[in-house]
Design a protein around this ligand. Sequence first.
Ligand code: DC
Length: 225
Amino acid sequence: MIIAIDGPSGAGKSTLGKMLAKELGLLYLDTGAMYRAGALAAIRQNVSLDDARAVSRIVQGAEIALEGEPDALRVLLDGEDVSSEIRTLKVAQAASVVSTISDVRRRMVELQRSIGESSPNGCVLEGRDIGSVVFPNADVKFFLTAKPEARARRRYEEDKAKGHISTYEKTLAEINERDQRDVSRSDSPLTISDEAEVIDTSDLDLTEVFEQMMSKVREKKGAAA
Ligand code: DC
């Protein structure tokens, strides 16, 4: 079974994707982490992120892998664990730029398909283009969204808990900037697939969203049986 979860940052995709993967015994693939690892590779080589050819050459040559259980996922770049380093604001912003490059996207999509297809029980993939590009025939598609203010509030609280210093206003501005880039890029912009179940998580708690998603999955499984 392939489950696609798309949506803007801070809508709850990662938390809910991990919960679903654990509950259903599926592999969990955080595709944003792969773009972040690619961006980190480019930063480390000191190339300008505007130089699409240089960036894509570096990303093509980088070995990006994800390992471990959904809630203890490790992201490896050329064999090195970069799980924490890819979560910095600098890398998030670089990933948002690098992910506009078509050659980079092509390489990531290939990798994501091969990981998803080779997983014995199936896979939960979360990102921006899973239901539209990576697995257009996914068994279940979700589009999680929330008001920018709700997403910024959650992200700000998460960052604070991790000891990162920022302000709510700054976080909101960053979220708006990344959203704008995600929806306006020419290659695979963030869109809602026709068959996707759209869930606005602004005023829902995690358990409510999880139950809603699980009932959709059960419905699909029932229909397939
Ligand atoms: O979900 P995230 O914040 O970790 O994603 C990092 C960046 O990668 C974000 O700006 C959007 C981009 N991305 C993408 O373009 N396509 C995906 N499937 C996943 C992430």
